[in-house]
Structure formats: structure tokens, C-alpha cells
Design a protein around this ligand. Sequence first.
Ligand code: SF4
Ligand code: SF4
Length: 449
Amino acid sequence: MHYTRDEIINAVRAAGIVGAGGAGFPSYLKLQPPKGTVIETVIANGSECEPLLHTDKTLLRTKAHLVVDGVRLSMQAVGAKEGIIGIKGHYQDVVKAVTAALPKDGSIRVHQLENYYPAGDEFLLVYDIKKRIIPEGGLPLQVGVVVNNVLTLSQMAEAMNGKAVTERILTVTGAVEVPVVVSAPVGTSYRELLAAACGVVCDNPVVLDGGPMMGQIVPDLEAGITKATSGIVVLPEGHFVIDMKKISVQQMVKKSKAACCQCFRCSDLCPRNLLGHEIYPHKTMRTIDYNHADPAKHITSAFLCSQCGVCELAACDVMKLSPRKIFAAYRKELLARGVKNPHHEQPKEVRSNFEFSKLALPTLVKKIHLAEYAQREVVHKGQVETNKVRIVLNRHIGAPATPTVSLGQRVLLGDVIGATPQEKMGSIYHASIAGKVTDVSDKLVEITR
Ligand code: SF4
Ligand code: SF4
């Protein structure tokens, strides 16, 4: 069926779709490139490069037709002639399932990606598929491409039938009894999802929202998952990944002065550096260690860091330092001072070591001590039911949503419960179960069945 551009954009906005891969960027905005921008290609990001996660692969195995429909809708909205679904060639069953769902006119095809981390970083994805380098601090549309996660695209297809984002598929894995992929209402508690994996099997568990590389520690297991929760990973306290996430910036600065040997390995493996961007984590470490690098350059290069964690978990695994954390702290401080990214160069070519410095996923898994979890079978379990959801209203990029319901109000599945004002960039939130509003604040709506 053919829809107009406005019909697609309005449906995507009304459904509350945000980037499901983790960033939470409002998807209707990606469908509205600035006037004069020519978009040639829509890329569906099915690379799922975080170790241990099987969310996107399961979606592609079971709902490839929805992803293909979403690609077609995006192509219609932005006027692109070509659609490409990026999937790791390592998963041939997924490639086959998606290939079988492609339209016969040849407008959408599968591109088989290498099995490396972070193949799903859209800068690398665009280079791997189109051989175009997105400028420093830039966007895919600057090189004629729109990138969306595969779940986001399937949600777009469902939005055309009036379905809002009320549930999401995710992996629950790590130190759990049975690693699973499940679908759950947005706002289901982490605790209930761990129960869906038959519970935790280690002492002193630490729970991550997201994968081991970029996931964040969950401070409260009663909190609810968000539209951007692609996985829940449990690791024991004291695990290398957890230790690196827990160390504070202050501890890191102190440690770095004694331990950073300026070996260059963090810069050598940094994926954004490999693309030719002027980001050199080892030089930025020098700004704190010796105070004699160029602060204007090596501090503001924090704007070029994707927070992928390669420098922290893979490059500096012996000294256990974290350029990533230093970049995050610098970026926060620069933004607080009103400093904008001054780096906008577009490299003509990638670094000469681009291909052979790619971090193979099996190597990464061993390096960060996840092999015992990676080998386990992951069961596709279906739907998780819950009697209570806690839906956070600010888990997207843009202005926060404010509640549109009041305490005690009854809501039906799919009713709007919070929204960012129409004139501002943001998102809309919907009731993910039917029930009564049992708690409401400017940040959260709780619904009990
Ligand atoms: S932070 Fe680590 S990897 Fe980077 S230069 Fe220092 S010691 Fe080497
Ligand atoms: S987290 Fe580290 S490796 Fe990743 S982009 Fe930032 S500096 Fe580079």
C-alpha cells in the first residue's frame, strides 16, 4: 500500500517510535531530512554487535516481513531509491529468512556484514555498506543515507495499522538460569524479566540495561524497561566488565597518572579513529596525565567519541584505564559550559589499518571474559505478562514528555499517557497494559492491572 510522506511521519510520531537500538532518537525526525538533502539509501541496522544479545536476530528470524515493510515505508518517506538490510553474514539462517521476505522488484537487498564490534555503529555501518565516511560529529544524511534499527522499522510498519509502541523484544542473559529472548510490555520491571529467565545464578549479581559494552548498571530492579532496552545482562560483582563500569572518573584520573604508558593501543583500535576522525584517546589521556597535549583539540575531541567502550574494555585491558569515561566527563563539562563541537572534517579515506584493526567478536568475547555466557543456548520464549508497569517518560532524545493522565484514572492498552509538546522534539508514551494509574509524576507513570 502506498502512503503519503505526511501520513507515514504522522503515524510514526503518534506511535511514539524512538530508536530501539539504544539511543532513543525520535524516529519521525529521521524521516524529515532538511530541505534540499537527497537521500539515496535507507539502511536497516540488523548488525546487533553487542556480545550476548540476540534480540534483533530473533526479530529478523520471526518478523522479517515487518522489517522489510518498514524499510519500504522509510524509503517512501525520504524518497530513497534503495533499501539495504545489514545483517552479519555469520548468521546465515537470518540472512535466508530476510532474503525470503524481500520484494521481487530488487529495491531492497541484504548486505552481509563482518562479525566485528562495533559493526552496528552507524558510522561504521554506512562505511561498510556504502564506502562513505560520515563527517566528524555528523549524521548519515550528510552522505545521503538514513539508518534505522530493525526493530524501529518493524514498529513503523505496525504504526501504519495504528499500533503504538507498547512492548519490546529483548534478550535476558549472562548469569541467569535460562538465557531467553522475550517480548514484554514497556515498563515491566527488571526483576520480572530476570524471573522470565528462571532467575539469577551468581552471588552478588549486577544487572545491566543493554549489552556488556555500552549497557548501564541498573540501580533499582523494580524500575521498568524502556522502549530502548535491547537487553538485560547479569554479571557477578567483580567481573572485569562490571569493575570497569563501576570505577569513578576521579579514581580513573588518579590511576591513569601512574599507569598510562602511552602505548597508543586505545587510539589504534578506536573505531572512530579508524574511520579517519581526529580522535586520539591516548593523547586525551595525556591531557590528564601530563597536561601537555593540545587541550583545544584533544579535549573537544570528546564530541567525536561514540562511547563504544573499545578503548576501555578491549584496548586497555591490561592497565584497565578508561579513555571512554574521560571523554564522557569532558563532553558533559563542555556542554555545561555551552561549548559546541568544533570538529566537522570529512576524512577522504579511512586509516590504513582500518581493516586489520577491526575487533572480531569472538576475540572481544574472550578478552572481556564472556565466553562462558556466549556459548549458552538462548531460548525464544515469547510474551511476558505483568500486572504492573512503570513507564519512564524521558527515555528519548529531546524534550521530556509530561504525563497526560492523573492518579486513579483508568487506561486501556495503547492510550496516550505522556507526551512532549507538539512543537518540541520529543516523543509520546502509551499505556503498555490496561489498568489504573497508581503513581504519576513528571518523570514516570505507573499502571496496575
Ligand atoms: S589509556 Fe591504556 S591503551 Fe591508552 S595509551 Fe594509556 S595505557 Fe595505552
Ligand atoms: S569509547 Fe573509546 S574507542 Fe570508542 S569511540 Fe570513544 S574513544 Fe574511541
